[in-house]
Design a protein around this ligand. Structure first.
Ligand SMILES: Cc1cc2nc3c(=O)[nH]c(=O)nc-3n(C[C@H](O)[C@H](O)[C@H](O)COP(=O)(O)OP(=O)(O)OC[C@H]3O[C@@H](n4cnc5c(N)ncnc54)[C@H](O)[C@@H]3O)c2cc1C
Length: 499
C-alpha cells in the first residue's frame, strides 16, 4: 500500500521507447552495466520513504565520469528523464524512480581520491559514505563534521543534493558550509567545476545552488569537503524534564547564554522509551522529555560551559541532570539518539518521519499543537529532533494494513508541515522536498517564487529531464492543492487563494 500521487500534474508521463534506448546505450557505452529485468529493478523501486514506490524503466550503474556523460547525452537527445540515486536513504522520495525514466545509480563511485591534511580537505567520489570520510581522515586527527544519523549508509553525493544536516550542524554548519568544490555533469553531458579549492570562487555561487538541488540541476561526480581537527574534549549533558514544554524552553535558554553546543537534541517520552528498549543507552524512561547537550572544544572551556549549561537546565526546571562520566557513556547517550528512528520503527508496523523547521522560540507551542493534531487524527507521534536548530522530526506511527491509517498518516504529516510554515518555519530542515512535500511547497512559496525556481531549473535543464516531478511543483499542482483545501474547508493559508 502506498501514498497516491498523480504524475499528470507534473508533466512527466511522456512515453519512452525502452528497447531502442537499451539498444543505443549498449552500442555507444558497451561497458556500462544496465539492469532491466523486473527482479533486478525491484530493489530500486523506492528510497527511504517506502510509502512511495515506482519500478524504474531502467537502472544504470556507471563507474566513470565518461560513462555518466555519455548516458546523459543519449538521454538528452532522446528526451528520457533521469533520476540520480546515491545510497537511497533519502526520506522524501527524492530518488523515487520513474516508470518512464532511467535511474542513474552512483553507488560505484566509492573512491576517496585524496586527503590533504595540510589544507584540511578531502577529495572524494559522490558514492563515498559520509562516515567513511571521517574514518579515512581519522589518522590525521581530522574529521568531516556534518553527521546525518544515516551516516553509516548515506552517500556524500546524496548529502550535497539534500544539503544534509545532523547532530553537529548547529555548531559546524550544514553540508553547504562544509563543501569547497564539486564536479558535476550537466543534463547535456558536459562537465562543470563549481566552487574552487580556495576559500572563495568568483562568479555566481553555483556550488551553493547545487546544495539541496535534489538531482534536478545535474549529476554530482566529485566533491571536495572541508575537514576539521577533532576537538580536544567533548562532553554530553543529559537533562530530564517532566514537561516537554519546559524542555523546549530550556533549548532557547541555553542558546541565549551565548554557548553554541556541538549538538542539542530533544526526545519525547515515546522516543526515549523506544530507544532505551532498543539500545539500553541509560535514558530515564519516566521522563516526559530529555535534552542531550554536547559541549566540545578545548578542555578548560568545555568544563566551564558544562557548569553553565547545568545551571541553565536546573533553572529551566530539569528534574535530573547527568554528565556522561566517560567517552563510553557519551557514545551510549548518542547511540540511543542516532538509533531513535529504527527504535521507534519497532513500535508499530509503519512509521512516517516528518522534517520541518521552526524558530526555536516556537518549540513549546508547536510541540503542543502536534500532540493536539495527533489526537485529532487518532495516531501516535514520537518526537526526536535537532532542537538547537529548531529542526523537528515528528515520527507518525501507523499500520498501513489497518483501515484508513495510511491516509490519516499522510494527512497528519501535511498538517504538521503546514503548522511549521504557520509558525514562521519551513517544510524541510534537511530531508528535502522530493516527491513527499511537493504540495507543501505551494504553501511555503507564492507563485512568483515558484516561477523563479522553474526559471533556475530551466537554465540547467531546458527539457525538464532531471528528476522531474520532484522538489518544484507546477503551478497547476499548486492550483489543484489550493482547490483541495478550499473544498475541504480547511484552507490554512489565505495566500493559496491566489492560485
Ligand atoms: C535512519 C535515517 C536517518 C536519517 N537521518 C538524517 C539526518 O540526521 N540528517 C539528514 O540530513 N538526513 C537524514 N536522513 C536522510 C538521508 O540519509 C539524507 O537525505 C542523505 O543525504 C541521502 O543520501 P543518499 O546517498 O542516500 O541519497 P539518495 O536517497 O539516493 O538521494 C537523495 C537525493 O539526492 C539526489 N542525488 C543523490 N546522489 C546524487 C548525485 N551524485 N548527484 C546529484 N544528485 C544526487 C537524488 O536524486 C535524490 O533527489 C536519514 C535517513 C534515514 C533512513
Amino acid at each position: 500500500m502506498t501514498f497516491a500521487f498523480d504524475e499528470r500534474l507534473d508533466g512527466v508521463l511522456s512515453l519512452v521507447d525502452r528497447n531502442a534506448l537499451i539498444t543505443e546505450i549498449k552500442a555507444l557505452v558497451p561497458e556500462l552495466e544496465l539492469l532491466h529485468q523486473e527482479e533486478d529493478l525491484r530493489p530500486f523501486e523506492c528510497d527511504g520513504l517506502a510509502a512511495y514506490r515506482n519500478l524504474p524503466m531502467l537502472v544504470v550503474l556507471p563507474e566513470t565520469v565518461e560513462q555518466v556523460q555519455q548516458l546523459m547525452k543519449i538521454c538528452h537527445v532522446r528526451g528520457v528523464p533521469v533520476v540520480t540515486r546515491g545510497a537511497g536513504t533519502g526520506l522524501s522520495g527524492g530518488a523515487l524512480p520513474l516508470t518512464q525514466g532511467v535511474l542513474l545509480v552512483m553507488s560505484r563511485f566509492t573512491r576517496i581520491l585524496a586527503i590533504d591534511p595540510a589544507a584540511r580537505v578531502a577529495r572524494v567520489q559522490p558514492g563515498v559514505r559520509n562516515l567513511a570520510i571521517s574514518e579515512a581522515a581519522a589518522p590525521f586527527g581530522l574529521y568531516y563534521a556534518p553527521d546525518p544519523s544515516s551516516q553509516i549508509a548515506c552517500s556524500i553525493g546524496g548529502n550535497v543534493a539534500e544539503n544534509a544536516g545532523g547532530v553537529h550542524c548547529l555548531k559546524y554548519g550544514l553540508t553547504v558550509h562544509n563543501v569547497l568544490c564539486a564536479e558535476v555533469v550537466t543534463a547535456e553531458g558536459e562537465c562543470m567545476t563549481l566552487g574552487s579549492q580556495a576559500l572563495d570562487a568568483p562568479g555566481l555561487d553555483l556550488l551553493a545552488l547545487f546544495h539541496g538541488s535534489e538531482g534536478m540541476l545535474g549529476v554530482i561526480t566529485e566533491i571536495t569537503v572541508k575537514l576539521l581537527p577533532r576537538p580536544e574534549m567533548a562532553k554530553v549533558v543529559m537533562a530530564s524534564f517532566d514537561d516537554i514544554a519546559k524542555a523546549g524552553r530550556a533549548v532557547g535558554d541555553i542558546i541565549a547564554t551565548g554557548i553554541v553546543p556541538g549538538g542539542l537534541e530533544m526526545m519525547d517520552k515515546l522516543a526515549i522509551q523506544a530507544a532505551e528498549n532498543f539500545i539500553h543507552a541509560g535514558y530515564p524512561v519516566e521522563a516526559e522529555a530529555i535534552l542531550l547537550c554536547e559541549l566540545d572544544g578545548i578542555a578548560a572551556d568545555v568544563h566551564t560551559d558544562c557548569q553553565r549549561v547545568r545551571d541553565v537546565l536546573k533553572a529551566a526546571g530539569a528534574t535530573d541532570i547527568q554528565l556522561a562520566r566517560d567517552d563510553a557513556e557519551r557514545a551510549r547517550f548518542w547511540a540511543g539518539r542516532k538509533a531513535a528512528f529504527p527504535a521507534v520503527g519497532r513500535l508499530s508496523p509503519d512509521y512516517y518521519c516528518m522534517d520541518g523547521t521552526i524558530p526555536r522560540r516556537e518549540l513549546p507551542s508547536v510541540l503542543r499543537s502536534i500532540a493536539e493534531l495527533a489526537a485529532e487524527y487518532r495516531l501516535r507521534v514520537a518526537n526526536v529532533f535537532h532542537a538547537g536548530d529548531g529542526n523537528m522530526h515528528p515520527l507518525i506511527l501507523f499500520d498501513a494494513s489497518e483501515g484508513d491509517q495510511l491516509q490519516r498518516a499522510e494527512a497528519l504529516g501535511a498538517r504538521i508541515l503546514e503548522l511549521c510554515v504557520a509558525a514562521g518555519g519551513s517544510i524541510t530542515g534537511e530531508h528535502g522536498v522530493g516527491r513527499e512535500k511537493i504540495n507543501q511547497m505551494c504553501v511555503q512559496f507564492n507563485p512568483a517564487e515558484i516561477t523563479a525556481f522553474h526559471a533556475v531549473k530551466h537554465a540547467f535543464d531546458e527539457y525538464g529531464l532531471l528528476n522531474p516531478g520532484k522538489n518544484i511543483p507546477t503551478l497547476a499542482r499548486c492550483a489543484e492543492y489550493g482547490r483541495m483545501h478550499i473544498h475541504h474547508g480547511a484552507l490554512p493559508f489565505p495566500e493559496l487563494e491566489r492560485f
